[in-house]
Write a protein that binds this ligand. Structure first.
Ligand SMILES: [Zn+2]
Ligand SMILES: [Zn+2]
Length: 287
């Protein structure tokens, strides 16, 4: 199996000389199994390059896209996803209702002339919308996928993909921690029990790691996590490999290297068993 990162940034795309190492595109992750079956997670701006690769390789005619939620950074790339413009492709979009509005209504709204210059009839692909809900198991394109509600805006889902290796994708999730004792693992467990069980024993956890602990303190309730809470959470859940993801757009490559060094020092200091990796745009991990 392979995990490829096409976009790793949270909130807004930030191209520029300060983000060349980790990338500036917003979330899009591709999971491919050994038979070539694939799932695409989120349609942030990173999906544009993935679409170009699919077209140039003349591949993946049936596409399965899971959208965690409809915040801009997770859907902004969709109108620029090239397979949509070719009749050979079938695109299945899976999403949860957001604030009472169904996913298909949100995606259809992206083609409104207020937001996009060309009419939707230029799309030649077959597009199918599928409503999914929390706490369910689905067979999507040959993958078994479990869903869980995240601690973020209403309608945000995390996914556990059960395959040769289990991969959990939890972008945009705020782990609850006690600001008075942020290093207490007991608190992390007590306050995030259901999510711990959702991730329990997985091989790879891709998790929101938007802030440093210091920066998180002034942003409680904003729907994102800090690296220290994520490390504690992953250790408690007996995750084998933790992949940090969905970085603050204000963090440069230098800031992120600092965050990752701090994370690995923390792991060493406490003798944690988890392996921690930083996602980067273009990074491909063979499982
Ligand atoms: Zn986001
Ligand atoms: Zn969000």
């Amino acid at each position: 199996m392979k995990i490829k990162f096409w976009g790793t940034r949270g909130s807004i795309p930030i191209p520029g000389i300060n983000t060349l190492e980790f990338g500036g595109n917003t979330p899009c992750v591709q999971i491919t199994d050994e038979n070539g079956k694939a799932l695409i997670l989120d349609a942030g701006t990173g999906i544009r390059e993935l679409g170009k690769q699919i077209i140039s390789q003349n591949s993946l005619f049936k596409i399965n896209l899971l959208v965690s939620h409809s915040h801009w950074d997770h859907i902004q790339g969709l109108p620029f996803f090239e397979p949509l413009y070719h009749k050979e492709y079938e695109i299945n979009i899976y999403s949860y209702a957001h604030q009472g509005i169904e996913g298909f209504e949100i995606f259809e709204a992206q083609w409104h002339p207020l937001f996009f210059p060309v009419k939707k009839d230029v799309l030649k692909a077959t597009i199918k919308y599928n409503a999914i809900v929390e706490d369910m198991k689905y067979n999507i394109g040959g993958f078994l996928v479990s869903t869980k509600k995240m601690n973020h805006s209403k309608g945000t889902l995390g996914f556990r993909i059960h395959s040769v290796k289990d991969i959990v994708y939890m972008t945009d999730n705020e782990l609850i921690f006690d600001t008075e004792s942020p290093f207490s693992m007991k608190n992390i467990f007590d306050k995030n029990k259901e999510l711990v069980e959702f991730c329990r024993g997985c091989d790879y956890l891709i998790h929101d790691s938007m802030y440093s602990l210091k920066d998180n303190i002034s942003k409680i309730g904003w729907g994102h996590s800090n690296n220290i809470s994520v490390l504690q959470f992953a250790e408690i859940a007996e995750v084998k490999n933790l992949i940090l993801f969905h970085y603050d757009p204000d963090y440069s490559d230098k800031d992120l290297n600092k965050l990752i060094n701090e994370s690995n020092n923390y792991i060493r200091h406490l003798n944690y068993k988890i392996n921690c990796v930083a996602s980067k745009e273009g990074l491909e991990i063979t499982l």
